[in-house]
Write a protein that binds this ligand. Structure first.
Ligand SMILES: Cc1ncc(COP(=O)(O)O)c(C=O)c1O
Length: 451
């Protein structure tokens, strides 16, 4: 490594300079483009951000699919403030604090059936790695120690830990990072534009793709497979809605072969589809659910794994003074996150936000599909308060057309998200018809102007 040359005084001066953008290595960002043309947000309230140059920006993405109650909700703000003053932190191991138990009970009550034990993490990535570890350890504890293999899906996104990356199926997120976890296989993704293009809600075609799991099981043998993990709706890859009957079929095959089914509900949990969880929307019961984001409405980082009773109970053996699961994070169930989570769940219930999504979803669907026929739009997909608009890539410049649209929309005061050449939308659940009109009106202008 080159020697550090800056004098201490110079280094201190640099540290105080508020507009030095260089030291921050930004995540999942084109760092050089950003630092040449920064987009800094300095405030947020309700459905809008305020940019550093003083403009209101309509949040079409709930931050990063997370601020379901809108920004700076007074109830959530007050809860975090009060908790910070009352108790900043309590050790997570061999100690507890009341709000962690209260939040776990609330989350368990929201989850259906016997999904009734909650393990807290600080992010979706940690929730996924936790769920994968629980699945493998569970199989061992029930005497099936050869079941260590994990099955993910092409185009799946399960965060950026080595576990999540390994079961994930987005090539750019995997290819730089070596061989990843061994003993992982992938289902095919569920998307075929020719068969499903411009479907409204769940596509009719594609349930049979779940049968690929039987092929994978025949190859490896069920006795080597611990769990299958999928997002009920694959959001980060650009919103792939599960074909009708697909998730039901996955469930049947997993049950038949003693394989755990994990639903990664980091995005779909807490109202995005108009139900508590996607589990409720689709009526398909997994064994473990991972979640994060909407759990605290994005106000404090937090994730969670929700486990069925039988899984938790399997761990509760041995002497009662012994630790049952050698896993956890310093900040599991952090008091500030728990306070934010309790307040967020109250807001969702008091304001009827999940029901509101169910009422708004048909309008949302109508408006997004109204973009059919706009230049370069090659597919549109939607479910609940989620939508994707797929654009024809510029030849030789993949992802540029959508990125240009993102920049142009931001200039017009609208925040959207892009992945490859797909625009993804997931506004706060507090949005109304007027703002929905604004989103699609501005998007149509942007796409038409792009020519
Ligand atoms: C389905 C899914 N799983 C996991 C993650 C990772 O969550 P985090 O970024 O909080 O680690 C995400 C993030 O978007 C996600 O959508």
């Amino acid at each position: 490594m080159p020697a550090v040359t800056a004098e201490p005084a110079a280094r201190a001066a640099t540290a105080r300079t508020p507009n030095n953008l260089q030291p921050y290595w930004m995540p999942f960002t084109a760092n050089r483009q950003f630092k040449a043309q920064p987009r800094l947000l300095v405030g947020a309230k309700g459905l809008h951000y305020t940019s550093a140059d003083g403009r209101a920006v309509l949040d079409g993405t709930a931050g990063l699919w997370c601020c379901n109650a809108g920004h700076a909700h007074p109830k959530i703000v007050a809860a975090i403030q009060a908790q910070a003053a009352e108790m900043d932190y309590a050790p997570a191991f061999q100690m507890g604090h009341p709000k962690a138990f209260e939040l776990a009970a609330r989350v368990a009550a929201l989850a259906p059936g016997d999904l009734d034990h909650v393990f807290f993490t600080n992010s979706g990535s940690e929730a996924v790695d936790t769920a994968l570890k629980i699945a493998i350890a569970y199989q061992r504890l029930r005497g099936e120690g050869t079941r260590t293999r994990l099955i993910g899906r092409e185009r799946g996104y399960h965060g950026v830990g080595f576990g999540g990356m390994s079961v994930g199926g987005i090539a750019t997120n995997r290819k730089f990072f070596g061989p990843l976890l061994s003993g992982v296989d992938h289902l095919p993704h569920t998307y075929d534009r020719a068969k499903q293009g411009f479907s409204r809600g769940q596509p009719e075609w594609g349930a049979h793709l779940a049968d690929e799991l039987e092929r994978i099981i025949a190859l490896h043998d069920a006795s080597t497979i611990a769990a299958v993990i999928v997002e009920p709706v694959a959001c980060s890859t650009g919103v792939l809605v599960p074909p009708k009957g697909y998730l039901e079929r996955l469930r049947e095959i997993c049950t038949k072969h003693g394989i755990l089914l994990i639903f990664d509900e980091v995005i779909t949990g807490f109202g995005r589809l108009g139900t508590n969880f996607a589990v409720d929307y689709f009526g398909v019961m997994p064994d473990l659910v991972t979640t994060a984001k909407g759990l605290t409405s994005g106000a404090v980082p937090m994730g969670a794994v929700i486990a069925r009773k039988g899984i938790y109970d399997t761990f509760m053996t041995g002497p009662d003074y012994a630790i049952e699961l050698f896993h956890g994070y310093t900040y599991s169930g952090h008091p500030l996150a728990c306070a934010a989570g309790l307040a967020a769940l109250e807001v969702y219930a008091e304001e009827g936000l999940f029901e509101k999504v169910r009422t708004l979803a048909p309008y949302w669907e109508e408006r997004v599909h109204g973009l059919k026929g706009v230049p370069h739009v090659i597919d549109i997909r939607n479910l609940g308060l989620i939508a994707a608009i797929e654009l024809e890539p510029i030849p030789g410049q993949p992802a540029k057309r959508a990125f240009d649209a993102f920049l142009a929309a931001y200039e017009k005061g609208l925040l959207i998200r892009t992945t490859g050449d797909i625009i993804a939308l997931s506004p706060p659940l507090t949005i109304g018809k007027r703002e929905i009109d604004e989103i699609f009106g501005k998007l149509a202008e942007v796409l038409k102007a792009a020519g």
